[in-house]
Design a protein. Structure first.
Lengths: 225, 420
């Protein structure tokens, strides 16, 4: 899987690249508009992460360029400038998702995975991790072909954890992922403990491995035993 | 007590007029009286002079008798020892009116046929009294007409003159700096008012510019902070992936809390400036009952850590027409406040009655200080996790929609009510 990060803040681009690399995503970066256009014209990517404010151009123009060339890459806008107008304009110009800075790398990763799944849905919409398999469309989870009764939130949590395989996820990142728009207002992330506990219990009862590790003081991690 | 300017000038004007009138009326009376007496005396002297010049050359003693017989007012009497002409005011009996009346009487020495006599002439002053009263009445009448006229005219013209002033006053009263509508003063013919309007226009223009600047500054600052915050966040996320010992984990954990707190603060500031700048003006109808019920699970989840019991008492369906995003923020903030400032095993009661929504929660056992409650960054409990913007945001949203919010503390419950 190969993606392009168009972002003028080199350090953010680098952090994303490093984080994604261990989850099997190969990242290329472009720090300005010219370089970005160059790369888009010469290569194909599975996904493009696009910052709207570039030193020598406007991110929206890149969206227009992609559209005019009939490129089918999925685009996630990552921008510090967030208001309804930029959102609407972004979506109108063909962006698939919009993530406001600052964001959690874990959130960006699962959103990108979801986008890529949506883009190449050639038959297979199932995520498999060892004995666990999740059908995205029907929202069903099976362990060793036994259907597991999970709530919507628990499935969401499971997808988030598996998507960030081998990554330590802070409670804040999980809380924000689970509470969506409300996340900005939450000052207490303890509620995720109950969800983690329930998910662990259900997975364990179904005979699945114990993949959810508690990382002291920091959060949780999905890890192959 | 303050009065209207017009009232003030008119009343001092009236007081002056009354004082002048009070002084002038008796003075006028006495002067007229004096003048009349003076004129009467002149007449007496004149009559006597005429008598001396015309009549008395060939007067005989017999003539005196005849004269006195036919003349009532002018009499020639025996010498009374008068040496020179003298006039007195006397009360004499008037046979016609049948009562004592004031007279002016002239006594003058005359010599007829070598014999000394006294010439007397009296003039009744009753006529004078009537005349003086008539003149005084006329005078009063004229003055009153004059006064009424002057007051009426001054009132009329003052109302006309001051009209632009009241217009200006009215506009300034209605002016709100956060509404993008500068007052438009009407041009006047009065220089002072034009100056006033011009000064006000400049003052308002300047302050609006400063206010706008300030607002933009908050928005820009918050926006500019997003990028370094993003850097901060991504680096912490990267750091999380490293092998850390316990001490490092503790530090990272608290850093994590700090950055999310910063994020929240910044997002709230952005939200406030968005409301300030009038973004998201599109409106639609939202049924509050439905919204609350739909998100009850989420908030119940948030409240679980404190073991708070949430109950709803909806006695009517409340539908409001407003910006949906802001209205949701309003409800969420009220809800989270009720959780945040609650105590363990506390309660939250959400009531909808008629057009009023009330969040009641247990919490600290004393009433909150209302003065600064809705101010930005005002925190009742400095150590609390909140950033002091929650209620400011609530207030702002309430304000832009012209709703009303009230806080009360009753039966150990903190109540925030919004009337839509």
């Amino acid at each position: 899987m190969k993606i392009l990060i168009i972002e003028d803040e080199q350090e953010i681009a680098q952090s994303i690249a490093t984080y994604f690399k261990t989850n099997g995503v190969q990242c290329e970066t472009a720090g300005n508009y010219t370089l970005a256009l160059n790369k888009i014209n010469n290569y194909d990517y599975d996904c493009i992460l696009l910052d709207l404010m570039l030193p020598d151009g406007d991110g929206f123009d890149i969206l227009k360029e992609l559209k005019s060339k009939n490129k089918t890459e999925g685009v996630i806008i990552i921008s510090a400038k967030e208001n309804l107008d930029t959102r609407i304009e972004g979506f109108n110009l063909g962006a698939d998702d919009f993530l406001t800075k600052p964001f959690h790398l874990s959130e960006l990763l699962v959103r990108m995975q979801a986008l890529i799944r949506r883009k190449n849905f050639q038959g297979n919409n199932t995520i498999v991790f060892n004995e666990i398999s999740i059908d995205i469309l029907s929202k069903t989870v099976t362990v060793n072909n036994q259907k597991l009764d999970l709530t919507k939130k628990e499935i969401d949590l499971l997808l988030f954890l598996i998507g960030n395989n081998n990554k330590v996820l802070s409670k804040g990142a999980i809380a924000e992922h689970l509470s969506g728009d409300m996340a900005d207002m939450l000052d207490n992330h303890d509620f995720i403990y109950a969800h983690i506990k329930n998910l662990k219990k259900k997975l364990h009862a179904s005979g699945s491995g114990d993949y959810i590790k508690t990382i002291y003081g920091l959060g949780y991690k999905w890890e192959n035993e | 007590m303050s009065k209207k300017l017009l009232h003030k000038t008119t009343s001092s004007f009236l007081t002056f007029a009354i004082i002048i009138l009070l002084i002038a009326a008796p003075a006028f009376y006495f002067i007229t009286q004096w003048l009349y007496i003076y004129e009467t005396d002149e007449v007496l002297h004149f009559h006597k002079g005429a008598f001396v010049k015309e009549s008395y050359k060939d007067f005989t003693e017999k003539d005196i008798k005849a004269w006195n017989k036919y003349n009532h007012n002018v009499m020639i009497v025996r010498d009374m020892g008068i040496t020179k002409d003298s006039i007195f005011g006397e009360m004499l009996f008037d046979s016609i009116a049948n009562e004592n009346e004031p007279f002016r009487v002239l006594y003058a020495p005359v010599t007829i046929n070598g014999k000394r006599y006294t010439y007397t002439e009296k003039i009744n002053l009753v006529e004078m009294e009537g005349m003086v009263i008539n003149i005084a009445a006329m005078f009063l009448f004229i003055i009153i007409i004059l006064l009424i006229g002057i007051i009426w005219i001054s009132k009329k013209s003052a109302a006309k003159i001051w009209k632009p002033f009241y217009n200006t006053l009215h506009q300034i009263h209605d002016f709100e700096i956060d509404k993008n509508k500068p007052p438009h003063f009407i041009a006047t013919e009065i220089d002072e008012f034009n100056q006033l309007n011009k000064s006000l226009e400049q003052l308002i223009e300047k302050n609006t510019a400063i206010y706008k600047n300030q607002r933009e500054f908050i928005e820009n600052a918050a926006h500019e902070l997003q990028t370094p915050l993003a850097l901060f966040q991504t680096k912490i996320d990267s750091l999380l992936q490293l092998e850390l010992n316990e001490e490092q984990s503790d530090i990272l954990s608290s850093l994590n809390n700090d950055v999310s707190r910063l994020n929240r603060l910044n997002k709230n500031l952005l939200l406030l400036s968005k409301i300030d700048n009038g973004n998201y003006v599109e409106k639609s109808a939202i049924i509050l009952n439905e919204y609350i019920e739909k998100h009850l699970d989420f908030f119940t989840e948030q409240a679980e850590a404190k073991n708070i019991i949430i109950s709803t008492e909806f006695t009517s369906t409340l539908s409001v027409t407003a910006n949906p995003a802001f209205t949701e923020v309003l409800i969420n903030n009220l809800f989270l406040n009720a959780i945040r400032h609650n105590e363990k095993n506390g309660r939250i009661i959400i009531r909808i009655k008629n057009n009023q929504l009330t969040f009641s929660n247990t919490g600290q056992s004393t009433s909150l200080v209302i003065d600064k409650l809705f101010n930005r960054f005002s925190k009742t409990n400095p150590s609390s996790q909140g950033n002091g913007l929650g209620l400011a945001i609530i207030k702002k949203i309430v304000e832009i929609n012209q709703w009303e919010i009230h806080y009360t503390f009753e039966n150990q419950l903190h109540n925030f009510s919004i009337r839509f």
